[in-house]
Design a protein around this ligand. Structure first.
Ligand SMILES: Cc1cc2nc3c(=O)[nH]c(=O)nc-3n(C[C@H](O)[C@H](O)[C@H](O)COP(=O)(O)O)c2cc1C
Length: 199
């Protein structure tokens, strides 16, 4: 790949496919926050027009508290993908924000299955427990809740939206590795801005 436009297109293709298919190597990402913590999350959507990634999470989680809501301006978030077969690493940098209400969070909740919604029925992530626990109430363990049973969990559900600023694209090859940093706010096509860097 010899142009920034081609690399930009490659990045967007991977993000769209990662969200669409659970078999994609970009379906799971490592999300890094400014407290030097990182965790795996499932990529739910990529909106090219707003260059925004969407993830689902618990509004009570430590990362949600750290990243915060939109009005406070959000927080820096790193998103890492690696496609082992293609030998391409994407190091995405952007601004994250947590939304617990509004059209995006409402639509994401509406599109979730009862099984997915069940994750939000129990204690929030990171609560100490005297015994090994899923955090879910006993009566729902191993069962699919009804819509009515799961409705109160909506209050614990949030979307994490990450607006991408740049993506550091690294391609490993025996013929010579290649690395470029793409400005995701630029483009499309030949107006894509980027810079080559040594791998
Ligand atoms: C394969 C896999 C997928 C995961 N997907 C999500 C996810 O989509 N959303 C999420 O909040 N946590 C997800 N987790 C759990 C997180 O890695 C993390 O343990 C959890 O969100 C704890 O919250 P914290 O990072 O705020 O401490 C996933 C973990 C694994 C191993």
């Amino acid at each position: 790949m010899e142009s920034f436009a081609d690399i930009h297109a490659d990045i967007e293709r991977r993000l769209v496919e990662g969200a669409r298919s659970r078999h994609s190597p970009c379906h799971q990402a490592v999300i890094a926050t400014s407290d030097a913590d990182a965790r795996v999350m499932v990529l739910r959507a990529y909106d090219a027009a707003s260059r925004t990634l969407r993830f689902h999470t618990d509004a009570r989680s430590p990362k949600a508290a750290l990243i915060g809501g939109g009005e406070s301006g959000g927080a820096p978030v790193g998103v890492l993908f690696y496609d082992q077969a293609a030998r391409i690493q994407l190091r995405c940098k952007g601004t994250g924000r947590i939304e617990t209400s509004g059209p995006v969070a409402d639509a994401a909740w509406a599109a979730s299955t009862e099984f997915a919604r069940r994750c939000y029925m129990g204690e929030g992530p990171g609560v100490p427990s005297a015994t090994p626990t899923s955090g879910l109430p006993d009566w729902i363990e191993g069962q699919q809740p009804t819509e009515e049973q799961v409705a109160p969990a909506r209050g614990n559900f949030a979307v994490l939206l990450v607006e991408l600023a740049s993506v550091d694209w690294l391609f490993l090859s025996n013929d010579g590795h290649r690395r470029a940093v793409i400005d995701m706010a630029s483009g499309p096509d030949e107006t894509v801005r980027g810079r080559w860097v040594t791998p």
